[in-house]
Design a protein around this ligand. Structure first.
Ligand SMILES: O=C(CO)COP(=O)(O)O
Length: 251
């Protein structure tokens, strides 16, 4: 069996003014300094805070990432941020293809793939998000939807070192509804199997996160599942103690 170091990632989404963000990071850094951890911890603040949060995390093990990036390095793309810009201010990761981006900005798998490729070219780890809607699950299409999203969103050259996959069933995000452990286990096993198409045997080392209403009281059970290698946490990542408690659920 391959040991995969769990990744506990916080997606702050469009939340956090400077004071909130810095306080949150201070609290997490204090916890991380209190001892050695058997997990990696990442926060993805809004773009406005990436530089300051990265500066505040310097000298600690806390990783900092963006929530999205453009597929291009630079140019006439008003309002967008490139992976190179995130890297330049201290990010080591970037989320791509979150379902809120897929929905709000009509991002296709092809767009997500281009963004992940840009993240790699810039030297960032791409956290590629996939997940079915409730209608798709009800129609029995969860596995086929997730498989096609995975295979169409992973760029050439994706490896377990430069890529993390996050399975986030859309219906479980921000709703308090968590997928059952059996459902999560089934989808994660399928993701690892399909990832072999892209990475061969290296897929055994790929980290696959679960996201969707992860809280301190359900984290342990989810994180104990064989192919669950961490969590992508929204709401509960905005509170130091909740986010820290989730990380304590790592096996
Ligand atoms: O979308 C998510 C993380 O990217 C999950 O959000 P919640 O944890 O708030 O359900």
């Amino acid at each position: 069996m391959t040991a995969r170091r769990p990744l506990i990632a916080g997606n702050w989404k469009m939340n956090g003014l400077r004071a909130d963000g810095l306080k949150l990071v201070e609290g997490l850094v204090a916890h991380l300094r209190s001892g050695d951890q058997a997990f990696d911890m990442l926060v993805c603040p809004p773009t406005t805070l990436v530089a300051e949060v990265a500066a505040a995390a310097t000298g600690s093990t806390l990783l900092v990432g963006g929530q999205d990036c453009h597929a291009k390095e630079k140019g006439a793309h008003t309002g967008d941020t490139s992976a190179w810009m995130l890297k330049d201010v201290g990010a080591s990761c970037v989320i791509v293809g979150h379902s809120e981006r897929r929905q709000d900005h009509a991002e296709s798998n092809a767009v997500v793939k281009a963004k992940a490729g840009a993240a790699h070219a810039a030297g960032l780890i791409a956290i590629v998000c996939i997940g079915e809607t409730l209608d798709q699950r009800d129609r029995g299409e969860a596995l086929s939807v997730v498989t096609s999203q995975l295979l169409e969103s992973l760029p050439e050259g994706a490896t377990p070192e430069n890529t993390v996959v996050a399975y986030e069933p859309v219906w479980a995000i921000g709703t308090g509804k968590v997928a059952t452990p059996d459902d999560v286990a089934e989808v994660h096993a399928e993701i690892r199997k399909q990832a072999r198409e892209k990475m061969g045997d290296d897929a055994a080392r790929l980290r696959i996160l679960y996201g969707g209403s992860v809280k301190p009281d359900n984290a342990k059970e989810l994180l104990a599942l064989t192919d669950v290698d961490g969590a992508l946490v929204g709401g509960a990542s905005l509170k130091v103690e909740d986010f820290w408690a989730i990380a304590q659920g790592c096996p």
